[in-house]
Design a protein around this ligand. Structure first.
Ligand code: ASP
Length: 315
């Protein structure tokens, strides 16, 4: 097995990671995929460690995935319900950090509606922190699980053409994926209406399209994003019907991509809005369920490396 190269205490984003660090995490995740498919999937690498899931926004997939990842590694996992905790009574983020510090936890997993809030918390707590999504900023474990899904299907990431389609403006998934694909030398195309694109996309080599009919031609991977209604203040989209007509992926538009192109979606899917419902379930093309499986393995890899680094840096 390749040597593990990942020396950070926190995983706050993909930006700033080195290609070898991403490769290391993906290699380790690959081992966990095999482990999770076996009958004896319970490990005890994190026995005696405590993980807290602190979610200030709703989540089904990500929170459950982190919980399973922690439990598969033998850790104790606690889910902090924001609506029933004192956070809803007005406790500040810093007070929350002080409280958590007093509980001597090992890893804190945080989702927060404000971009940057997870980093702020990481500066105040005495444990490792994983960003499970902060505002429209980053969702690093989603990008890693997407990369693992692609790498296992295509054998590599470099040189592939990946179209990221839809609500890029509000999507932390898009931002983390753009960062990761750039670092790993894949070609990125963004396909979105003008209203759903950030005003500046700083990275070199990104191609922008406002039309699926030209943007999807010859691509290897199609990542469809959820339209994030909860982050839209104003009218970004004329109607669901019109959006689906121009930017929703259906069998007709899929024909423009390579014949073996993969369809991905981070979930939850707005069926019939950004993606045709039958196509979402069509395992000939869609790897959406596989993404969910890869999520547990990637999160196990992230938890394992952070515990190792944290224990090492303490000693
Ligand atoms: N689950 C992903 C996120 O939390 C994608 C989404 O919600 O659209 O960002």
């Amino acid at each position: 097995m390749n040597k593990l190269r990942f020396y950070h205490n926190h995983i706050l984003g993909i930006e700033g990671l080195e290609p070898q660090e991403i490769t290391s995490l993906l290699n380790l995740s690959d081992n966990f995929v095999e482990n999770n498919r076996s009958e004896h999937r319970k490990l005890n690498n994190l026995r005696g460690k405590t993980i807290v899931n602190l979610f200030f926004e709703t989540s089904t997939r990500t929170r459950t995935s982190f919980e399973l990842a922690g439990k598969n590694l033998g850790a104790d996992v606690v889910n902090m319900q924001v609506s029933t905790s004192s956070i809803s009574k007005g406790e500040t983020l810093i007070d929350t950090a002080i409280t958590l510090n007093a509980m001597n936890i090992d890893i804190l997993i945080v989702r927060h509606p404000e971009s940057g809030a997870v980093k702020l918390l990481s500066e105040k707590v005495n444990c490792s922190v994983i960003n499970a999504g902060d505002g429209t900023h980053e969702h690093p474990t989603q990008a890693l699980l997407d990369a693992l899904t692609i790498r296992r299907r295509k054998g590599h990431l470099n040189g592939l053409t990946v179209a990221i389609c839809g609500d890029i403006l509000h999507s932390r998934v898009a931002h983390s994926n753009i960062n990761l694909l750039n670092i790993m030398d894949a070609n990125v195309r963004l396909i979105a209406p003008l209203t759903l694109l950030p005003t500046q996309t700083h990275m070199h080599g990104i191609e922008i399209f406002h039309d699926m009919f030209t943007g999807l031609v010859g691509v290897d991977i199609i990542m469809i994003l959820r339209v994030q209604n909860e982050r839209m203040y104003g009218n970004f989209i004329p109607s669901i019907r019109e959006y689906f007509h121009f930017f929703g992926l259906d069998y007709e538009k899929l024909k423009l991509a390579k014949s073996d192109a993969l369809i991905m979606h981070p979930g939850p899917i707005n069926r019939g809005f950004e993606l045709d419902s039958d196509l979402a379930d069509d395992v000939e093309h869609s790897v959406i369920r596989e993404q969910v499986e890869m999520g547990v393995a990637v999160r196990m890899a992230c938890l394992s490396v952070l515990i190792k680094n944290f224990d090492h840096n303490k000693s």
